[in-house]
Design a protein around this ligand. Structure first.
Ligand code: KG4
Ligand code: ZN
Length: 363
């Protein structure tokens, strides 16, 4: 059973082929990715219409590259999967349209996959795949959630952000410091040289007694701090950017302090979720899962608590096609793919789609 997967929910076009025959974890046969970061950089963020147009340009050449890597013709593909949501509507429609057209031409089934399920299951492609059940910390640009995962399709929400996502907190803090898009990796790079104790930013909802998060206040605290520092400089407030008058040291210290606040909340809430559920395994997924400080602090905290922690391979933390093909493969192995529905060649996309609304066998 070979499954070709398409990801086009935001600013990455991803295509991948997995082999889900047999009982083991599906094997990655080929994987190609085009990131639109450079194109959107000039605008300081993702421009949805440009994203859709670029997905159209990239998707077929990437598909050819994946088949060439795998050394297989298109006719050897047994099923097709695509990201059905959540994401940008126009961008999702590109992947969905291409996937359904290819499936129809080949007479093979096609399945719409939940983007967050892809992230959640992506550590199964790593050298150290997890076993069910586990707690998942899903930290992406749009989502921050703690889930209890008992098996493929069996996801219970334990807590989530009530406002900004962790990735957004990274991105917005980075923007306030005049760093480029995407802000997360840029802020993390700068933070590496800074003093995390220089400024005391809030740790929102750390002691709320539940497993929810809130990051909107952190952005305001960073803004207030940057303004205070800018006004205290002899040059006065900003000329072109608010953070311009800050010294490099001040910027690195603000970055380090902001990163420390985000990471501390994510680590403590993850540990609280493990305690509440009594589970002894943690899976981290989504773009922020690439953050080195988060990995380092989770590793240390989990080692102290006797908990195993699993991450996706670094290059599979952010959006990619492999996680979509993999999710379809794991669903197929679990008997959760409805092949009759998959052969109907009707499709829609779901720009807003809570993971909790995902019926175990609805795809
Ligand atoms: O999962 P993802 O690629 O896309 C969504 O589904 O949202 O996550 C993107 C997010 C962005 O907010 C980006 O700034 C953040 O992940 N990110 C990071 C790092 N790498 C990506 N944040 C902190 N440190 C990183 N190294
Ligand atoms: Zn994502």
């Amino acid at each position: 059973m070979r499954i070709l997967g398409f990801e086009s929910s935001c600013d990455e076009t991803g295509v991948a082929l997995v082999d889900a025959s047999g009982p083991g974890v599906p094997r990655l046969l080929g994987h190609a990715l085009h990131s639109q970061i450079e194109m959107h950089q000039a605008y300081g963020g993702v421009v949805p219409e440009l994203a859709s147009r670029d997905h159209i340009r990239r998707v077929l050449p990437l598909t050819e590259a994946v088949l060439a890597q795998a050394g297989l013709p298109l006719g050897d593909v047994d099923a097709i999967a695509y990201t059905r949501g959540p994401g940008l509507a126009g961008a999702l429609l590109v992947g969905a349209g291409v996937a359904v057209s290819l499936a129809m031409a080949l007479g093979k089934p096609v399945h719409g996959i939940h983007h967050l399920e892809g992230h959640l299951l992506s550590p199964f492609l790593s050298a150290d795949p997890p076993e069910f059940p586990f707690v998942a910390l899903l930290v992406s640009g749009g989502h921050t959630q703690l889930m209890r995962v008992d098996g493929v399709g069996r996801y219970d929400l334990l807590g989530e952000t009530i406002d900004d996502a962790a990735g957004e907190a990274f991105d917005k803090s980075a923007k306030l410091l005049g760093l480029g898009y995407p802000g997360g990796p840029a802020l993390a790079r700068l933070a590496g040289q800074g003093d995390a104790l220089a400024y005391r930013f809030p740790r929102p909802m750390l002691h709320s007694g539940d497993l929810d998060f809130s990051f909107a206040g952190l952005k305001t605290a960073v803004l207030t701090q940057v303004k205070r520092l800018a006004h205290a400089r002899p040059e006065g407030p900003a000329t072109s950017h608010l953070a311009d008058p800050l010294t490099e040291q001040q910027k690195t210290d603000v970055a380090a302090s902001a990163q420390a606040a985000i990471v501390e909340v994510l680590v403590k809430k993850s540990l609280a979720a493990l305690k509440t559920t009594g589970l002894r395994r943690l899976v981290v997924a989504g773009g922020v899962g690439a953050n080195a400080l988060l990995r380092q602090q989770l590793d240390a905290a989990c080692a102290r608590a006797g908990v195993r922690v699993h991450y996706p391979e670094l290059h599979l933390c952010t959006d990619n096609g492999a996680m979509i093909a993999l999710a379809a493969g794991l669903r197929a192995q679990a008997g959760l793919l409805d092949t009759a529905a998959g052969a109907a060649y009707r499709f829609d996309v779901r720009p807003r789609w809570p993971l909790a609304d995902l019926e175990p066998a609805s795809i």
